[in-house]
Design a protein around this ligand. Sequence first.
Ligand SMILES: Nc1ncnc2c1ncn2[C@@H]1O[C@H](COP(=O)(O)OP(=O)(O)OP(=O)(O)O)[C@@H](O)[C@H]1O
Length: 309
Amino acid sequence: MAGSDIVLSVEQLRKTFVKPFTGRKVEAVKGISLEVERGDIFGFLGPNGAGKTTTIKMLTGLITPTSGRATILGEEVPSPEAMGKVGFLPENPYVYQYLTPREFVSLCGRLNGMGGASLAKAVERVIERVGIAYAIDRPVRALSKGMLQRTGFAAALVHSPDLLILDEPMSGLDPVGRKEVRDLIVEEARAGRTVFFSSHILSDVELLCKRVCILRKGEVVAGGTIQSLLGTDVRKSEITLRDVADDIATTLAGLASKSERVGTTMVLEAQGDEAVKEILERALAGRAHVEAVTPKRETLEDIFVRKAL
Ligand SMILES: Nc1ncnc2c1ncn2[C@@H]1O[C@H](COP(=O)(O)OP(=O)(O)OP(=O)(O)O)[C@@H](O)[C@H]1O
């Protein structure tokens, strides 16, 4: 792939915190590497404490890595050139209570070197884009959590960044708020922006992302396209049998990864085609009746639970 198609490149990034007073070391991120391509919506997943926020803080220049490097469109993080290409939405965006969305987003624009009439226009455009134009001049303290999140989103967009980095953008929102933020992410990706976001809401990730990376205790434990992650794992099937005689029930249960028997009906879970074949052969030989064989597709959640917990 041409270098210009990689928007975010992370190489062996590591962060070790040293606790004050005790001097105890916490290896929050242990040398992770990943690449995000232009136009991707990339999901950065992991359970609590996996190191997602620490990584995002390094990518946005808020903390310095212990070692390793990251580049954004070829510019070294945290240079002003790299940071100018990034729009960042923190997990719980803090917005000064007495400012209005217009004032807050303008402030963020000015911090990104914008000013004058073009800033005023950009502020109105992004606030309209995130759907809170009606509240543009209300003090932030009067806004709901969802509206605050949108104000933060508008602030991340005001300088038209190439890359959006969003830390848990859907967390704490109700289902409607979550859908609205998902729609915003999709619209921004369609408009040509690359989106990198952390989340542990896997259904949202499955809906939005083509590629993901799963972090566990500071290390990447799985990564790639969702399709490849779901595709390479062992296929499971569920087999439902009727009229299973006692003498073959134990044998069948031994061939399955899970089994349940109610009366003469048995439901078995088989891993892989070989196990399915053997169970069916033994069941038919024992005069059981095969009611159904259903392939069970692994979900992202199954993979997450298996790899990350
Ligand atoms: N400033 C700090 N000093 C010491 N340890 C820290 C510091 N910041 C984070 N950690 C530790 O680093 C590890 C990773 O934390 P991090 O916040 O990056 O995880 P996370 O994946 O974002 O989790 P969550 O989903 O809960 O936000 C945790 O063990 C955390 O306690």
